[in-house]
Design a protein around this ligand. Structure first.
Ligand code: OSB
Ligand code: MG
Length: 368
């Protein structure tokens, strides 16, 4: 296999409603899409780097720079036998996983299309539908939060995750438990707490949460080890797990009992699959996280979530929760049972809508 050329493209697309986390509120998404021509077959990838470096050190602009000035030169004119080899070609560049992951994923899509098979089968997936949950942003009032959760449950979603931050935590969880005593419920703090806050986090044990996601520092395994010793609620790590090595350390040290795997955060399907396998060997369940993706990123997440150890409902939900009009055909839909049917077509199994993508494009650069 050889990549003939790559097109980087920025689209701008507004969310249906602003999404608030402990860190900031997102309204307009700037999304970097990758089109890779691999031996004449086009594959698509979506870079999950955000507009700001507040979730990880990367942004859409650093990703563009790294892809154009460092990753493309490493890829250009190289012969390789499978998309599984691309991660290794990028080894010289440290970090910048979201930049790497978008190109790597596009090449996986192209390889699956070359072989006329679904990407999920090429990756080694085992299920034809995946369990879907939602991530509910921070709301202005308890009433608004309850209403939002009610809507998601009525749509069939199998588990509810709410974003929390200091001052918007215990009361919110308590109220949801009163209203919905038996639902699968969890919280995500996006690193909003410090070790000194442990007595407050300890109070969450009373509400039988499935897990608490990334309560402490984005790169601080040690503090999570100490916190997990004090909590009954399982800790799930998100931001902390950016490499297989970090995952191995987290497991060995007891920093978490569950891992949220995000394709972009770890650098593509190859490292995601390795972390998946490592967790499986160690008896930790995983689930597929989300980054407010448009359709192409969503489609890659669906393929990834078919691997056997993705046994918990993830954050991959319907296109219409975020977009008026998605960039793929068909859109991602969720059944009344809270499942997404895995597509059977070649590659990611959804077709990019070129007209729509072209309309949303604000800049484009072809690397050859
Ligand atoms: O921490 O999981 C997170 C969105 C942006 C950045 C980080 C996170 C999230 C979400 C949304 O929780 C998940 C989704 O795409 O639905
Ligand atoms: Mg998270």
């Amino acid at each position: 296999m050889k990549v003939r050329h790559i097109t980087l493209r920025e689209i701008q697309i507004k969310l249906i409603a602003p999404f608030e986390t402990s860190v900031e509120t997102t309204d307009l998404r700037r999304i970097l899409l990758i089109e890779a021509d691999v031996d004449g077959v086009i594959g698509w990838g979506e870079c999950v780097a955000a507009e700001t470096p507040s979730y990880s050190p990367e942004t859409i602009d650093t990703a563009w720079h790294i892809q154009r000035d460092f990753l493309w030169p490493l890829l250009k004119d190289k012969e390789f036998t499978s998309a599984a080899d691309v991660w290794g070609l990028f080894e010289y560049v440290r970090g910048h996983n979201m930049a790497k992951g978008a190109i790597e994923a596009a090449i996986w899509d192209a390889e699956a299309r070359q072989k006329s098979m679904p990407l999920w089968k090429l990756l080694g997936g085992v299920r034809e539908e995946i369990a879907s949950g939602v991530s509910v942003g921070i709301k202005g009032s308890l009433e608004a939060l309850v209403a939002a959760v009610k809507t998601e449950l009525a749509a069939g979603y199998q588990r509810i995750k709410i974003k929390i931050k200091p001052g918007k935590d215990l009361e919110q969880v308590k109220r949801l438990r009163q209203e919905f005593p038996r639902i699968k419920l969890m919280v995500d703090a996006n690193s909003a707490y410090r070790m000194e806050d442990w007595p407050l986090l300890k109070q969450l044990d009373a509400f039988h949460l499935m897990m608490i996601e990334q309560p402490l520092g984005w790169d601080d395994l040690y503090a999570h080890v100490e916190l997990q010793k004090k909590l009954d609620t399982p800790i799930c790590l998100d931001e902390c797990i950016h490499t297989e090595e970090q995952a191995r350390a987290a497991i060995a040290l007891g920093a978490c009992k569950i891992i949220n795997i995000k394709l972009g955060r770890v650098g593509g399907h190859t490292p995601a699959r390795r972390i998946h396998d490592l967790c499986q060997q160690n008896g930790l369940p995983v689930w597929c996280g989300g980054m407010l993706e448009a359709g192409i990123g969503r489609a890659h997440n669906i393929a990834l979530a078919t691997l056997p150890n993705f046994t918990l409902p993830g954050d991959v939900s319907a296109s219409k929760r975020y977009w008026q009009d998605d960039i793929i055909e068909p859109e991602v839909v969720v059944s009344p049972q809270g499942t997404i049917r895995v597509p059977s077509g070649p590659g990611i199994g959804f077709e990019p809508r070129r007209d729509r993508i072209e309309n949303l494009t604000v800049r484009k650069e072809r690397l050859a």
